[in-house]
Design a protein around this ligand. Sequence first.
Ligand code: IPE
Ligand code: IPE
Ligand code: MG
Length: 253
Amino acid sequence: MAEKENSNSPLQKIPRHVAIIMDGNGRWARKRHLPRVAGHRVGLEAVRKTIKGCIASGVEALTLFAFSSENWRRPKDEVGVLMNLFLSALQSEVKKLDKNGVRLRVIGDISAFNEELQQRIIDSEALTRNNDRLCLNIAANYGGRWDITQACRYLAGEVVAGRLQSGQITPELIRQQLSLSDLPEPDLFIRTGGEQRISNFLLWQLAYTELYFTDLLWPEFDEQALTEAFASYAGRQRRFGRTGEQVEQGGHA
Ligand code: IPE
Ligand code: IPE
Ligand code: MG
């Protein structure tokens, strides 16, 4: 019964896949006259709460934007702290994630990270690969344009090798080569920190995602804030190009 209540029945309108831009760590810290990196450290607590809330609600997949392909432009010190924080969070959290049935994956070009971090990522993914309670995807050195580019590169290689004709390339074929192709596309996108932009997050995958913006800074985000985002999502009508009347008559996508 409990499992049923947590299931993703369309009636409850719990998003199956939630994607979050965790923004506002720096401003949270500056408001407190702390160095920006203090905000990143406290932000980890908001990550824990969000994972917990998603598991409790029966969300299937959670994708968190942790470091964009453009974040290398930040001061060297801040980039260094973010890398160390990522490494230490993997070390300290992965056992607990595993125990809670979380499957961890990292999306993005991880070849840019140092060997230790790359190895830690590979080990964490291997340890949790058979878990199926929540699929947690961390986007690190990720960019939506990179994602589409690597899919195009793969398909171009197939054409050159004679295994595919250019005329056979369809949106579905491109989709299959993108990150997260085995998951439903995000139903709900959340961005904290007040900015209303995508910042090169999942460009293709967000085509029909419901967008939700909150002024809360990421370290302030908690289960209550997540519930509010879910409530907003539940009140929306997703039409996927159809009319409202068609959708009301049960014409789901
Ligand atoms: C988001 O918080 C974390 C990362 C981009 C890694 P920010 O560091 O962007 O915080 P603000 O936007 O400067 O407040
Ligand atoms: C987006 O936040 C990236 C992450 C949260 C990891 P940014 O703070 O980098 O985005 P912009 O630069 O304000 O668009
Ligand atoms: Mg920011």
